[in-house]
Ligand binder design. Structure first.
Ligand code: SAH
Length: 211
């Protein structure tokens, strides 16, 4: 159930559902998603569902991870990317395959601790994880080619858009009652905003916590 064949089937389904960037499909074919989920749920790791990862948080469904990465990459090469909301570390591991440097921050210390161990075991040496709040204080990471926010925001995080390189992309689930995957492209002193499909994410919260 956790074999390479099962993972390949997940990738085939992603392709059927419109993911066409082979770099992303290859990355998701490589990263063993079942190792990011507790053993009792591992048999469902390759289903297209979100699953609990502890502390009231979830790992996003494979299609949502693929879509966020595909929009962030925009078929270009990525030098430096930031993920906000490490969770179990799965998306950070996928990003490690498609970008040179990956920074991933998480506000819940216990989740970050387990994610760090998984990423180390899988030799994702180009990922740096940090226990921090994505609401502020990330200026040292400028310039970023892409930022993926893995939690639903109500307002556009302007402080993060400022950290993007020219033509860089911020991908964020945005909205109050309903969330839509939103792509913000940094263009000169302005920005272009593209609203994509409806999604469902845990909320973006401020402050750091240990458990
Ligand atoms: N990318 C993850 C999905 C994690 S769910 C994965 O592959 O599993 C979203 C995560 O965002 C949660 O773990 C939550 O604690 C975290 N989060 C929410 N608001 C945050 C913030 N302001 N700063 C950092 N992390 C945040």
């Amino acid at each position: 159930m956790t074999s390479e064949r099962t993972r390949r089937r997940m990738v085939d389904r992603l392709r059927e559902n419109g993911i066409s960037d082979e770099v992303i499909l290859q990355a998701m074919n490589t990263i063993p998603r079942h190792l990011f989920i507790e053993e009792a749920l591992a048999s469902r790791a390759y289903d297209d569902v979100s699953l609990p990862i502890g502390s009231g948080q979830t790992i996003s469904r494979p299609l949502t991870v693929a879509r966020s990465c595909e929009l962030a990459r925009n078929r270009t090469s990525l030098t430096r990317v930031l993920e906000i909301g490490t969770g179990c570390g799965y998306q950070a591991a996928v990003l490690s395959q498609i970008a040179n440097e990956v920074y991933s921050i998480e506000r819940i210390g216990s989740l970050l601790g387990s994610a760090r161990v998984r990423l180390r075991n899988l030799k994702c040496h180009n990922v740096r994880v940090k226990h921090a709040d994505g609401s502020s204080g990330l200026e040292s990471l400028f310039p970023l080619d892409a930022i993926i926010i893995a939690a639903g925001a109500v307002d556009l995080p302007e402080h993060l858009i400022e950290l993007l390189a020219e033509n860089g992309r911020l991908i964020v689930p945005l909205g109050k009652d309903k969330q839509f995957l939103t792509e913000v492209i940094k263009l000169g002193s302005g920005q272009e905003l593209i609203t994509h499909e409806e999604v469902s994410f845990v909320p973006f919260l401020s402050g750091v916590v240990v458990k």
